[in-house]
Design a protein. Structure first.
Length: 136
C-alpha cells in the first residue's frame, strides 16, 4: 500500500503513536475489510464503492503482492494459516446462521457459480472464434 500512489494514507507516522494509528478508525476499517476477504477465501467480487481502503488487487485472487510474494515457500506458515482459516470459515460462512454469515455463504456460492460457468464456456467461445475466422 505504501508504494501505490492510488492508496490514500491511513495515517501519518510522524503524528501520534503506532498504537493510536493501528487502533484508529482507518486501520480498523482496513482490518475489517480484509477480514471479510479472508473469510470468503478470496471468493468475492470487487465492486467500486464497496471498500473504503482495499483496492482490487487486495480482493481478487492472485493479485496481492503480500499474499503472493513475501511468504511464498513458507509451507509451515501457510499450513497453519489454512487450518485456522478453515476453522473460522466453518463458523463464519454458513447457510444457517446470522444474516451476515448467510450473506457470506451466498457471495461465495455466487462467485464459484460465476467462475464455474465462465470456465465451462471458455472452450465454447474459443471454438466459436475459430469458426468465425474460418468463415471470414
Amino acid at each position: 500500500m505504501l508504494l501505490n500512489p492510488e492508496y490514500k494514507p491511513l495515517g501519518n507516522a510522524l503524528e501520534g503513536t503506532f498504537q493510536s494509528h493501528w487502533k484508529g478508525p482507518k486501520f480498523s476499517k482496513m482490518r475489517e475489510e480484509m477480514r471479510e476477504v479472508m473469510l470468503r477465501g478470496g471468493r468475492m467480487f470487487y465492486r467500486e464503492g464497496r471498500f473504503e481502503t482495499l483496492k482490487r488487487q487486495c480482493v481478487e485472487p492472485s493479485l496481492c503482492g503480500l499474499k503472493n510474494m513475501f511468504f511464498r515457500g513458507d509451507e509451515a506458515f501457510y499450513g497453519e494459516l489454512r487450518a485456522e482459516m478453515d476453522k473460522l470459515r466453518r463458523k463464519e460462512v454458513r447457510w444457517i446462521g446470522t444474516p451476515r454469515q448467510m450473506a457470506r455463504a451466498a457471495e461465495v456460492f455466487a462467485f464459484r457459480a460465476y467462475h464455474g460457468v465462465k470456465a465451462r464456456l471458455r472452450p465454447l467461445r474459443q471454438r466459436l472464434a475459430r469458426l468465425r475466422k474460418t468463415r471470414a
